[in-house]
Write a protein that binds this ligand. Structure first.
Ligand SMILES: CC(C)(COP(=O)(O)OP(=O)(O)OC[C@H]1O[C@@H](n2cnc3c(N)ncnc32)[C@H](O)[C@@H]1OP(=O)(O)O)[C@@H](O)C(=O)NCCC(=O)NCCS
Length: 296
């Protein structure tokens, strides 16, 4: 695409970038979801506000990791958002509008975002099932680990008694960062304030076992780290216990290194399906850990 230029993201680009993200993933779902699996409903701008808030957060914390591709007429046709936490580089989001794909725009965006990771020994991202994305990541030296997703309605009768899980507070931040370093070699640091604004925090803090999970309004865990599998299981059960009987929950981003999560899924009678890849460079898939889709 000759008349496309790559430039740093600005705050006033965020609504356009959010639309590129929504359009790109809706087209991807239509292309890649297994037959028989219903297409998720299209999201409204209001429903995408948490996503936009994350983009503005990254623009503040990592302006050098945030890039857009702009058409000659000023239209944003793609973007890449990356962050650096300690010595870990994370690709948070990367989309090119369907009508601009396959012409090298994604390659240029990824190269710009990757510059932000210079000097980082480790890198991770949660990849979609898009063959074009998978190709780019493998060419960039990432190892790809298939992800699974647990999904379904939780039968209240199957919930076990869970002890020692309590709501988390700001005073737990050092514990959360320590658990991050133990599992993924880098703290989430400033991202914990954003996560705590958007999600409910659960914590286990005992002398022999620690862990935390951020849980969304449906009872689905969105990020979890623990010292041991038993604590990780307790956190997922506590999350599922908050789900409404008529609302489906999901436990996304379960890698093969986290079989303990599959055990919870089996006991809770949730279905299991594969969904994209965890891509890592310089580290193994963390465990016991359920990564966040964009803050990893
Ligand atoms: C992934 C994405 C950002 C890439 O952007 P793009 O502008 O299409 O990327 P490029 O044109 O630079 O590169 C695409 C590469 O994939 C290849 N490709 C395209 N379709 C492919 C397919 N079906 N199988 C294998 N490779 C394919 C292209 O040949 C090209 O590789 P090459 O340059 O080595 O020949 C874009 O496709 C996209 O937005 N996908 C949907 C959202 C998504 O999955 N984002 C990634 C989330 S982690």
């Amino acid at each position: 695409m000759p008349d496309v230029r790559i430039r740093p993201l600005r705050e006033d680009d965020v609504p356009a970038v959010e639309r590129v993200q929504e359009t790109g993933f809706a087209a991807l779902d239509a292309r890649t979801l297994p037959r028989g699996r219903p297409l998720p409903p299209r999201r409204t701008p209001e429903e995408n506000e948490p996503w936009a808030e994350r983009a503005r957060h990254l623009l503040r914390t990592d302006p050098e990791g945030c890039w857009v591709a702009e058409h000659g007429d000023g239209t944003v046709v793609g973007y890449a958002l990356a962050l650096r936490r300690e010595t870990l580089w994370v690709l948070a989001s990367f989309v090119v509008r369907p009508d601009a794909q396959g012409r090298g725009v994604g390659t240029q965006l990824l190269a710009a975002a990757a510059q932000h990771g210079r000097g980082c020994l480790r890198a991770m991202l949660s990849a979609s099932a898009d063959p074009a994305a998978v190709r780019r990541y493998r060419l960039a030296g990432f190892d790809l680990h298939p992800q699974m997703e647990l999904h379904g309605h939780v039968d209240r009768a199957l919930l076990p008694v869970v002890r020692h899980v309590r709501p988390g507070t700001e005073a737990d931040r050092d514990l959360l960062d320590s658990l991050d370093r133990r599992t993924r070699h880098a703290a989430h640091g400033v991202d914990h304030a954003l996560l705590a604004r958007q999600l409910r925090l659960l914590v286990v803090d005992r002398p022999s076992a620690q862990g935390y999970a951020y849980v969304d309004a449906s009872g689905s865990p969105r990020l979890l780290a623990a010292t041991d599998r038993r604590t990780a299981r307790a956190l997922v059960w506590e999350a599922l216990a908050a789900s409404a009987p008529d609302v489906a929950v999901s436990v996304p981003h379960v890698t093969a290194a986290n079989q303990w999560a599959l055990d919870v899924g089996v006991e809770a009678r949730l279905s299991v399906a594969t969904a994209g890849y965890l891509a890592v460079r310089g580290l193994r898939p963390p465990a016991p850990y359920v990564h966040h889709g964009s803050l990893l």
